[in-house]
Design a protein around this ligand. Structure first.
Ligand code: NAD
Length: 347
């Protein structure tokens, strides 16, 4: 298997290193894995003046799977081109339209999925820009973005949610703002239309404002949550509170071929980068998904999942988790990765 690793910026390299430890243990389990490293984000700007070059896109297309750390950082704040544009380009060019974010914590009996649309909406819609015009004869800055979706983009995302719910609790929660936005009115209409093609799946619609409360208060009622790009971005950060820390959430993005992009949900955490204190769990749980989806090995996937939670159950955690763990024993990123790898191999 050719696995491309794009560690990116900030804490990306530190957490990617922990994932690589486990992948190397998978080689001991008999897998033939070829790890390829390349650049995305700020580090790519430093090297090539671009956050993602064509050659990396080509290597992505030739790989069996892609693992991404995170992009962005203070250094590039005032650059004309931003590290985050590399990530948006990667998602768009490789057509990663569905982003699956499991919100799962065995300690608290939490288990639901957020399916976020990743290829459209306000992050890509045109026109967008910042300009100046005369308002009341005063030159005034104004800005605009466009929340743009077509029917096909919505249908393909919604179907991912419905198909996943078939083997779960058969409950869909669709989040929109259809009391105000046209794009959400179309979204809701299509959810109801698609639901007719699926028997016995219960559909519930929530407006995004109230959904932010329901997600925290009644998470036990949730199974599969489907939503657009921007709402999905925001609510998954919110839901990280349920599991303990933003560093805990993994994700996988799917395209219409078999290529998958695995990445944690958090950003590059520039405030803690380079200190070896970042929580690598979001990254390691992304590997849990890779072992299931790419390696097709449920045994190893479960083994890694329970190794991570075994380490936590013994009280070992990075600094961001300490208020959630009884009698915690603080460890750094490397030590946490080593502990997980130990239980993954020996237990
Ligand atoms: P962030 O997710 O990087 O950090 C928010 C807070 O959570 C910070 O205090 C950070 O230290 C903490 N945090 C995040 N991940 C952690 C981890 N694994 N362990 C411990 N603590 C962790 O969000 P931000 O501060 O809004 O953005 C920082 C940069 O990351 C920006 O440049 C932003 O554009 C970029 N970003 C990138 C991605 C991505 O690469 N997918 C996603 C979101 C933000």
């Amino acid at each position: 298997m050719n696995i491309l690793i794009l560690p990116g910026d900030g804490i990306g390299p530190e957490i990617s290193k922990q994932l690589v430890k486990i992948l190397k243990t998978c080689i001991l389990y008999g897998y033939n894995i070829n790890l390829i490293y390349n650049y995305i984000g700020g580090i790519s700007i430093d090297k090539y003046n671009l956050p993602l070059i064509d050659n990396v896109l080509k290597i992505c297309n030739e790989s069996d799977s892609i693992i991404l750390g995170c992009v962005g950082g203070y250094k590039w704040n005032n650059y004309p081109i931003k590290p985050e544009e590399g990530l948006l380009l990667l998602r768009k060019k490789l057509n990663f339209f569905a982003n699956i974010r499991p919100i799962k914590c065995p300690f608290k009996n939490i288990d639901f999925l957020i399916i976020r649309e990743l290829n459209g909406g306000i992050y890509y819609g045109k026109p967008k820009g910042i300009s100046k015009q005369l308002i009341n004869s005063i030159p005034t800055w104004y800005s605009y973005d466009t929340e743009l979706y077509n029917e096909q983009e919505i249908i393909r995302l919604i179907k991912v949610g419905f198909n996943l719910s078939i083997n779960r609790k058969k409950k869909i929660t669709s989040i929109d703002k259809s009391n105000v936005l046209n794009s959400s009115k179309l979204w809701k209409k299509i959810v109801n239309y698609v639901s007719k093609q699926y028997n016995n799946i219960i559909v519930n619609h929530l407006y995004i404002d109230y959904a932010t409360i329901e997600l925290i208060k009644n998470f036990k009622n949730l199974d599969v949550v489907i939503t657009n790009n921007i709402f999905g971005d925001i609510i998954s950060d919110e839901c990280s509170l349920l599991t303990g820390s933003l560093g805990m959430l993994p994700s996988v993005s799917l395209n219409n071929k078999s290529l998958c992009l695995f990445e944690p949900c958090h950003g590059s955490a520039p405030d803690i980068a380079g200190k070896n204190i970042a929580n690598p769990i979001g990254m390691l749980l992304s590997l849990v998904m890779m072992l299931e989806y790419l390696f097709n090995n449920i045994y190893l996937s479960n083994k890694l999942f329970y190794s991570i939670y075994k380490v936590l159950s013994y009280g070992f955690c990075t600094f961001d988790m300490k208020k959630y763990i009884n009698n915690f024993k603080l460890v750094n990123t490397d030590e946490f990765g080593d502990l997980v790898n130990y239980y993954f191999y020996y237990d």
